[in-house]
Design a protein around this ligand. Sequence first.
Ligand code: ZN
Ligand code: ZN
Length: 426
Amino acid sequence: MRAPAAYTFLASFACGYQTPQFSSTMPMWTCNVQSCKRPAVRTSGDCIICNGHLCAERLRPTVHHCPGWQEADLYDPAAHKAEQEELAKLFEKINTSALAARASSLQNGIPCSIPSFHYDRETQFSVMGGMNYHVNFDLQMELAGCEVATLDFLEQTHVTAPKVFDFALEGDSDPVGVGYILMEKMPGISLNQCRYSEDQMKKVISQLADIYIELHRFPFDHLGSLDQPGRSHIGPFAREILTDLADSKMQAIGPCSSLEEYHVASIRLILDLILREELYTQQAAQTQDHHQTFYLKHADDKGDHILVDKDFNITGIIDWEWAHTISEAVAFKSPMLFLPVLEEKGYPHMAEYVRKGRVQHQFAFSCGYDIADWDGFLGLFRGLRDTVGVDNGLNWTDWKVAALDRYRNDMELQLLLSRAEQNCYT
Ligand SMILES: [Zn+2]
Ligand SMILES: [Zn+2]
């Protein structure tokens, strides 16, 4: 009975607020099992192996038999094969001579050649970064536009990121046949492919801290994604979790002018998605931060977006497509390793965000990406309540009893509970 739990937890943050702008909504995806018209679950319902968008019912382990990523022996080869097929389909659509002609015209007629595209697992990440073939088409277009706008904005900063030479969005009736961004290839290799000593790591951290300090020089007055190349303009969030489909059109949250507006809108949407069986959990954070300026945050925490040379100089930061503005406390929370570095560099208030980052981390992960790791979720959720002093000291069972009682008049919660009783959920 996990959905009601996630719902109850979230409701405690959105309590008292009405559903915002969205009307006559549709699911982002419909279950693609024949004749099933139920909404597909976002993210965890995407199966790259059977190329499925699966509803809550079809996602049950007794019904869906594709291996999960935990079963690496089975999952990895199947996932690679699916990836190869997906990319082969994409490569077929690319008109390479049109692309070469476009590149050549940008270089005042200097002939350009485009090597033939082929799938190579070994080099794929060095040339392609992460991919998003399971993202809704319209959202893909928005993401591409935001990436261009973000890279464009970064040109006025000292952050080293690829320069954009040209781009076209799919459907622009471009002869290339697919949407593309022609951008500078940055030297270096991905940090997470390197083995490094403690000193080398310190060197990277120090440079990353400089990047934070640089981004801190550019406050924005709204939360959202950069959306207009050439202008530092913040539009709605280009993130699947913050997007709804209404009347067949994408409607994303934002731009928001306050953190409260952002939290309320995002949590309310997520509650709706839980009710509509598109989502079981949520991701935004609740803070006591009253600063009303916002900063650009790269969405990646894993390190594969950081390119370094053999001496561990950062040569560039790539993959900006999911970047968005957010409050200072979230934008600059980072590993504890940053703390002494930011203090040394004379930015004690930024170091403070690192020091307080734990609560942000607990919030983001306790109700964040997926609650598949149930025990981990319980620990983080307990930690979060203890840290913020709300329902602190209660174990899960006692908290649930109290929460179910507190929200007993919430019709939506009652609906979910009755569904759970009918065994709709595992
Ligand atoms: Zn599958
Ligand atoms: Zn279905």
